[in-house]
Design a protein around this ligand. Structure first.
Ligand SMILES: *[C@@H]1O[C@H](CO)[C@@H](O)[C@H](O)[C@H]1NC(C)=O
Ligand SMILES: *[C@@H]1O[C@H](CO)[C@@H](O)[C@H](O)[C@H]1NC(C)=O
Ligand SMILES: *[C@@H]1O[C@H](CO)[C@@H](O)[C@H](O)[C@H]1NC(C)=O
Ligand SMILES: *[C@@H]1O[C@H](CO)[C@@H](O)[C@H](O)[C@H]1NC(C)=O
Ligand SMILES: *[C@@H]1O[C@H](CO)[C@@H](O)[C@H](O)[C@H]1NC(C)=O
Ligand SMILES: [Ca+2]
Length: 560
């Protein structure tokens, strides 16, 4: 009977998922006793436990009441924000409430009436507790997502801050960083801080409202697309330096740096449609309890681990008094599947070793396997050794304050953190792989015909007025080429040479004797009386000549 109980108890943790019980009562050949396991609390909706602060003072709309418009309907400014009226107020707490179906409630900032002074806002979330993220952070913006924002995190209750992710519609312009996607990161770069353009482009304010910090995509690098292989993730979290801490936060800060612009430039005549409005911030995670607790409770305004294994502290980060015969250690996910509790021990205790349950269900009695501490297969990975440059460089350097590894001296006309972009003045050869020496093709923009030497992704240069063609070495109709494109002076349609003059290469009229002017429209005797002697049309006044020109022009238009 006791054996059956033991067997059932054994099945429990496996059925319920990994690391969710801290101890169980089992029978061994030596009689019943407790077994201890690495354990962690369940993931929770962390917005229910957060305190929020919005900066600067006065950034929340409604004091004084203010009207605002939307990008969809910029001249129908019927909405109003009024802090003194509960129905029209938009306080910060509305980013964390649970919403009735269909009705978004949101915090809203003042409008950008002080343009061009930037419209800046900080939203700081604090838990006074370390949290391990287990799912994406999802921020929902009503009325459009910011064109520039930044996510920062703190691990020490707001004393120091680090960039977490950059967001911009143009990463190079906003942060001088190449745009990357989390999906494209690799096992050795899973904790890279990057700039993404995926959540900042205008797509209509109703269509795409969310900005994400992609935790799942980063987990998926190790655990596979459906996070099926969690064992591999847990192994990496133990062994890869800095990876666990990357997903741990005590505070988060959204720095909103430029609001949605509706897909165009700022329209100064209607600044009431530029503002921030956040309806929800979803943060899913679990209390960090160093694998010494499976419960975390909200007490006296803060989350607190219910520590086991004779540990104590908010994160179970130290040994209880009288249990300090061995120095404190965090529990470990390894060895799989049940990890090591690394419990604190009383002086003279029998628990000076790590207890691991026999993994095979076939074992008749649950014998304890005793291992020395530190027996897990720990292989530290130095993430900055990872130098991915697609073969265009073999040198990287680590930029401490951004926590990124970047390639140095990219060859073959490439540039960027991984030499994955083309240098200015070059464009991507679409038939070549990224690691091909021919990946970047020179733009070859015509120096005179183009604005600069850069081109777009298909090799098209930006042309000066009148120029055309991929390289801007041709002229538009009605323009002629002579060290650049110039508007035709004459042609045989509209700009006819007058008085029998002939048009030379669209550049000038060759006038008959006795006439001058751009279109030979002027009789020389008007200018110099000597020229009039014997010339036809002598004595003609300027007025009649001008009328003649006009008549010719009218006739030319009439012929069209
Ligand atoms: C936002 O926080 C940053 C520090 O992370 C600070 O430098 C900046 O001045 C703050 N901005 C506002 C508008 O309070
Ligand atoms: C943070 O949590 C600790 C431990 O629970 C508590 O003593 C402290 O008062 C809390 N601080 C704040 C500002 O809530
Ligand atoms: C913790 O201490 C209690 C005695 O207070 C003991 O019964 C228990 O086995 C200890 N747990 C661990 C994991 O060492
Ligand atoms: C583009 O790349 C292919 C494959 O390497 C190469 O054969 C071709 O010459 C390249 N095109 C140009 C214009 O360099
Ligand atoms: C490059 O510019 C040309 C001409 O303006 C345009 O037709 C083409 O679509 C552009 N290509 C890209 C990828 O933007
Ligand atoms: Ca809300």
């Amino acid at each position: 009977m006791l054996r059956l109980v033991a067997l059932l108890l054994h099945c429990v943790p496996l059925a319920m998922g990994q690391y969710d019980i801290c101890k169980s009562w089992v029978t061994t050949d030596d009689g019943p006793s407790w077994e201890f396991y690495a354990c962690q609390p369940k993931a929770m909706r962390m917005k229910d436990y957060v305190t929020v602060r919005v900066d600067p003072a006065g950034i929340t709309c409604g004091d004084p009441p203010e009207r605002f418009c939307t990008h969809e309907n910029p001249y129908l400014c019927s909405d109003e924000c009024d802090a003194s009226n509960p129905d029209l107020a938009h306080p910060p707490k509305l980013m964390f409430d649970s919403e009735d179906e269909g009705l978004a409630t949101y915090w809203q900032s003042v409008t950008w009436r002080r343009y061009p002074e930037p419209l800046l806002a900080n939203i700081t979330l604090s838990w006074n507790k370390s949290i391990e993220l287990t799912d994406d952070i999802v921020i929902t913006f009503e009325y459009g997502r910011p064109t520039i924002m930044m996510l920062e995190k703190s691990l020490d209750n707001g004393r120091t801050w680090h960039p977490y992710q950059y967001y911009a519609d143009d990463c190079m312009e906003a942060f001088s960083m190449p745009a990357r996607r989390v999906r494209d990161l690799s096992t050795t770069s899973a904790n890279r801080v990057l700039c993404t353009e995926e959540y900042s482009r205008w797509a209509g304010s109703k269509k795409e409202k969310t900005v994400r910090f992609e935790v799942r995509d980063r987990f998926a690098i190790f655990a596979g697309p459906d996070l099926k292989n969690m064992d591999n993730l847990y192994t990496r979290l133990e062994s890869a330096k800095g990876l666990k801490d990357f997903f741990t936060v005590t505070d988060l800060r959204m720095r909103l740096l430029r609001p949605a612009l509706g897909g165009t430039y700022v329209q100064r005549e209607n600044l009431y449609k530029y503002f921030y409005a956040v309806s929800n911030i979803e943060v899913t995670g679990r209390c960090k309890c160093n694998l010494h607790a499976n419960l975390c409770t909200f007490k006296e305004g803060s989350l607190q681990c219910e520590c086991e294994h004779n540990t104590t502290g908010q994160d179970c980060g130290k040994c209880k008094k009288n249990f300090r015969s061995r120095s404190w250690r965090a529990g470990s996910y390894l060895p799989l599947p049940n990890g090591s509790p690394n419990a604190c021990a009383a002086a003279g205790s029998a628990f000076g070793t790590i207890s691991i349950r026999a993994a095979h269900p076939s074992s008749k009695s649950s014998k304890l396997i005793r291992l020395k501490p530190n027996a897990g297969p720990v292989a530290p990975i130095e993430s900055y050794r990872d130098c991915e440059c697609y073969g265009h460089s073999n040198r990287c350097s680590y930029i401490d304050f951004l926590n990124v590894v970047t390639c140095v001296s990219c060859k073959h006309n490439t540039r960027g953190q991984h030499c994955q972009h083309c240098r200015l003045g070059f464009y991507r050869n679409s038939s070549a792989e990224l690691d091909d020496e021919n990946v970047c093709i020179e733009c070859n923009c015509n120096q005179i015909g183009s604005m600069h030497d850069r081109c777009n992704e298909t090799g098209y240069c930006e042309c000066r007025e009148g120029a055309t063609g991929p390289k801007c070495d041709d002229c538009l109709p009605n323009y002629y080429w002579r060290q650049g494109c110039f508007p035709n002076v004459c042609d045989d349609e509209l700009l006819l040479c007058q008085n029998g003059g002939t048009c030379y290469q669209n550049q000038r009229c060759i006038c008959p004797v006795g006439f001058k002017g751009v279109l030979c429209q002027q009789s020389r005797c008007e200018v110099d009386k000597k020229d009039c002697d014997g010339a036809p049309g002598a004595g003609g006044s300027l007025g009649t000549v001008a009328l003649g020109v006009l008549a010719l022009q009218l006739r030319a238009w009439g012929d069209l």
